[in-house]
Design a protein around this ligand. Structure first.
Ligand code: SF4
Length: 474
């Protein structure tokens, strides 16, 4: 995924960008960087943040930098921001999203303009460098950004810091990811997460529309290109999983949506009379917790945390390269509260069920600790399609998705023709899918939030939300 933050002001903004970018650390674990415009030109620092958080890595770098304009990013893919020299001037650029036709575009650019790219490890091309190359084919930033949006298959949101103390921000053309602008009495900032600037004392000023391009300077926000006419498709997973609880997108707060989502699932169970005799409602940490709070509130069954992650010495970004060590770390992190498990009937809520591997281990862990019953609720419908728009963990091959794998096991290729039925819990195929997965994962019952329930919990018009993962709707 990834996230970015930028600010331009009459005052020094380096610390704002340092903290503002750090507040995007939940969106990526590979690289973190900042580019500041100082009296001596651009000053850029990028670090590997796989095992050490952004703040710790960048702390020393920023001590001596002073600047009134700066951008920063957390990236799950490429080292960023990168500095570009072109006929548009010298600028720093950072991007989030995914370019699916990267090979074709690279070949086209090399062919037409004889530009060469600095290869990265594994022979990959830096996404921001490629985006900049597309932008540079046009006479100005706006035309260049529009051209890049047109050419790129996938989604790309762009943040540019020019050498004239301007920040240009462009939201991806279908608005799958958010970009918001904040304002204080000295200037403006731009951010993926709204809480990042609220915490820094900025107030909401503007939320970009699909493909919209804006420019911020210390004294004004200017719309360079208004939102396009594309259908908005903001990613639903922002609310169910990866968005930060304090943030709001399109006016909808993440935490509040998650409570609502849990409540809707609890009411559906109540109506159907299933799992009505349980001891505790629990969330799979961390992103399942708020959905579980909502479920508990509506079902009036107490909320409990029968296992808790030990995080002080294993922050989220601790990623040993060895898979065995990684699995061991995942296990070591989970500490049971046996008093809340032994002999208890537990209903867990998870944000989603993708491959099911981790879930099976969690359920085994609960039985090993004496659970009497384990029921599972997924805060979103069965995932039927891998994401093709973002660099997201559900961007996996379809046969890795537990729902699709199980459908294939049940009736081979024929199953693909009935995905709608499988998604529907009231159909025979839908029931079979849930029973089979519950059996595989050794669950006493398994249910998913419905698509209607999810949309109701978000509260936006269905046409504004991306639901491709679940119904394949483009
Ligand atoms: S396909 Fe899924 S993960 Fe991708 S943008 Fe749409 S809702 Fe989000």
């Amino acid at each position: 995924m990834g996230g970015f933050f930028g600010a331009v002001s009459e005052r020094d903004v380096i610390l704002d960008v340092f903290f503002g970018t750090d507040y995007h650390s939940h969106l990526g674990t590979l690289r973190g960087g900042i580019a500041a415009l100082t009296e001596n030109g651009f000053d850029r620092h990028i670090h590997n943040i796989e095992n050490t958080p952004f703040r710790t890595k960048l702390e020393k770098d920023i001590m001596d930098i002073r600047g009134r304009a700066c951008i920063g990013c957390i990236s799950d893919t490429d080292p960023q921001p990168i500095i570009i020299r072109s006929h548009l001037g010298t600028y720093a650029i950072s991007t989030i999203g995914i370019i699916r036709n990267i090979k074709e575009l690279t070949a086209e650019i090399v062919d037409k303009s004889n530009i060469h790219f600095s290869g990265m490890s594994g022979g990959k091309i830096n996404t921001s460098e490629l985006t900049a190359a597309l932008i540079n084919t046009k006479a100005d930033f706006v035309e260049g950004i529009k051209f890049a949006h047109d050419k790129i298959e996938g989604s790309i949101s762009i943040l540019i810091l020019t050498d004239k103390y301007e920040i240009i921000a462009a939201r991806d053309k279908s608005g799958r990811l958010p970009i918001l602008v904040g304002k204080d009495e000295h200037g403006y900032c731009v951010s993926f997460e709204s809480f990042a600037y609220e915490k820094l004392g900025y107030k909401d000023e503007h939320e970009l529309g699909c493909g919209e391009v804006v420019k911020i300077t210390a004294d004004k926000l200017e719309v360079l290109s208004p939102p396009n006419k594309c259908k908005k498709r903001i990613c639903s997973f922002l609310w169910t999983y990866y968005g930060y609880p304090n943030s709001h997108y399109e006016g909808v707060n993440v935490e509040v949506m998650r409570y609502r989502n849990g409540e809707i699932m609890a009411n559906a169970d109540k109506e159907k009379g299933v799992a009505q005799n349980i001891d505790y409602v629990c969330g799979v940490p961390d992103s399942g917790l708020p959905h579980a709070i909502g479920y508990s509130n509506a079902s009036v069954v107490p909320f409990a945390r029968p296992f808790i992650k030990y995080t002080p010495t294993w922050p989220r970004s601790f990623m040993p390269t060895n898979q065995n060590v990684r699995n061991q770390v995942a296990k070591m992190k989970l500490i049971p509260v046996t008093e809340l498990i032994n002999g208890k009937k537990l209903l867990f809520v998870d944000d989603s069920i993708v491959r099911g591997t981790q879930l099976r281990e969690t359920v085994e862990f609960l039985y090993e600790n004496g659970a009497k019953e384990v029921h599972m609720r997924s805060a979103c419908p069965p995932i039927m399609f891998g994401c093709k728009y973002l660099n997201f963990s559900a961007s996996t091959s379809e046969m890795e998705l537990i729902a699709r794998r199980t459908i294939a096991e049940l009736e081979g290729d024929e199953g693909e023709k009935h995905l709608d039925e499988y998604a529907d819990a009231s159909s025979e195929r839908g029931k079979k899918l849930r029973e089979t997965i519950a059996e595989k994962l050794k669950l006493d019952s398994l249910e998913y939030q419905t698509l209607e329930g999810l949309i109701e919990a978000i509260g936006l018009d269905r046409d504004e939300i991306c639901t491709y993962c679940w119904d394949g709707r483009e």
